[in-house]
Design a protein. Sequence first.
Length: 344
Amino acid sequence: MDARNIEAFLLTNPPNIFYLSGFSGSSAYLCITEKTAHLYTDFRYLQQAAEEAPSFEIIKVGSSENFDEMIAFLLKSGIKNIAVEESNLTLSSYNRLKAAAQGIELIPQSRFVEEIRAIKEESEVEKIAAAAGIADQAFQQLLPLVKPGMREDDIALELEYRLRKAGSQKNPFDIIVASGPRSALPHGLASSRIIEEGELITIDFGAVFSGYSSDMTRTFIIGEPSKKQREIYNMVLEAQELALSNLQIGKACAEIDKLARDHFQKYGYASYFGHGLGHGVGLEVHELPTLSPKGNMILEEGMVFTVEPGLYMRGWGGVRIEDLVVLRNSGPEILTSAPKELSI
Ligand code: ZN
Ligand code: ZN
């Protein structure tokens, strides 16, 4: 904050609030200055906040859109500016804040806490690895149950049950089960479509453990794949292996993305790879770093992110293979270990 000439910092984004204070409720904001750390919340969360955020002074407010007390404190303390999270603060909150601010300058900030969160502490890696382990276990239990004639919804339900049984707190995102031509939808949520033998089935899902998420995708076929299905699958798998084997501290995120993209380009398939190669995973399922052509961060030790190349052809189908890695000094450690056989 000193380096950015910020005297006070208002935090309104829940994952950042949890990261800095430990408070996991849905309605609160933090105000941090050089000397003070305040957590403002309403009656419903007073006890929880005191238990979860012991290093913060808990202050009761009528609602988390009411900043009057905070502003009064800042004015009394002689504070001249306050940083706000520009990609999170709603327009109505901003207007209230601006009306109350009485000469205190509002300084928009983006990615401040998010960039710190991109580098995980070992205790965070352990939680993400535990979530990935739960997802692996549930997937292993699911595979023998998948049969032709099931709906995509049936598969999602079986998987969700096993994830929860294995210790996942909730789904970090709605489970994707996309079969046949629907597998060309990168984010095709499970539908009532009935699965048949010989069709591509893409399943993208994760678990949550102690607030931390995992993320993994597998694509497979019940029965024997066609020649084209196998070719496309192998092309995606090779792109993933190429990216994984080149992960190294100090390399640019965009450079890793380009390796996978160039691999598809070599076969004339680059236009079917329409999304980034990967994204950070932690308290949120999509966070920094971003591995894409525009990903401007440099890989650092302790980053946890996905490597998920995919090819999607409208009317035919698609393949995505996604693993989660933590970058170590010695290279990537892969946290997801479910098998990658095309045929089940
Ligand atoms: Zn995913
Ligand atoms: Zn992902």
